[in-house]
Design a binder for this molecule. Sequence first.
Ligand code: PLP
Length: 385
Amino acid sequence: MEESGIRLETKLIHAGAPENPIEGAVSMPVFQSSTFLYCGQGSYHDLKYIRLNNTPNHVLLHRKLAALENAEAALVTASGMAAISAVFLAFLSPGDHFLAQECLYGGTHGFITKDLAGLGISCDFFDGDDPDSWENLLRRETRVMYVETMTNPLLGVADLQAVADFSKAHGLISIIDNTFASPVNFRPPEWGYDLSLHSGTKYLNGHSDIVAGAVIGRGELVEKVTHTLNHLGGSLDPHACFLLDRGLKTLAVRMRYQNDSALEIARFLEAHPKIENVNYPGLESHPRHQRARDLFDGFSGMLSFEMTGGVEAAERFIGNVKIPFVAPSLGGVESLITRPATTSHSGMPPRDREALGISDTLIRFSVGLEATDDLIADFDQALKK
Ligand code: PLP
């Protein structure tokens, strides 16, 4: 279908679907076939095979994800980390150097500091708020600049426009992990980013029942990542493709509800005497609130906070909430609560966590689709205990 001028909500339902529904099915069937008949393809990457991420279920998602961020191309992967690792390995070779934002998802941080460093690929971490400091970090062998839309778990918002502009000016590939925002709140290609990555496990799927990832952006770069991924083998199973597409159809309604709910909960927490600070870009008190307003259509369903009383009080609070599940991950229909020091960032050395401001008492909350008032009442009772 013609996609220009079509709004995101409509793309979520229809973009990428076959022109003529297969056997009249309004829902894309699952093509659970590892291999497909040879039709004279001249290139290895054009053979139809699940590991090459090119079955009809993959193709639908590639078209849909590209349409959602108004990009040239997209690729689905076996997980968010498969997307991240394939992208780094596609563009960096031993001896190369790149720049990455200081505060990142723990898995990404570990991949950079352990795996890539082990391959002889070096990184300097940059302060996303201080563009004047970036030039000093450049080397002749610098190739990539990497950032997160809203940092995990502190919800910082770097000068994202400056990152895209700086990358362009210095011939670097700009890459952004857009997991926390989702295409509903932010579309990186519109701001000049070369590649946008997602853990599709989170908001894109939204139901905490698969792991998946995505790479979205410029056609020739996505093709290069595809070839690397074809060799690494991080393809998405067709049934997971089906579930990801099903989840995507409700992304806009879920995300907007979660945006609104998170803001109300952040406001409740900010006003509570037992809460020391709340990290949420939608709050006027967030140090980069105006920047977030300029960049985003919504502020996401993620927030983090610290309470008085140290780790013991934080653990007691988490133990006393009744509605959210105490679990890592995020972006699902069910609220999830966790202490990043024990889960998403437990692989990061404590001194690195401390330097970034990820304290042992920090609590991260992923707002689900439960009634906002019920979540606030639940937090209120748990804070009283
Ligand atoms: N990026 C961010 C911001 C994440 O929070 C995560 C996981 O929590 C990932 C990437 C990795 O995603 P996955 O678990 O799907 O590999």
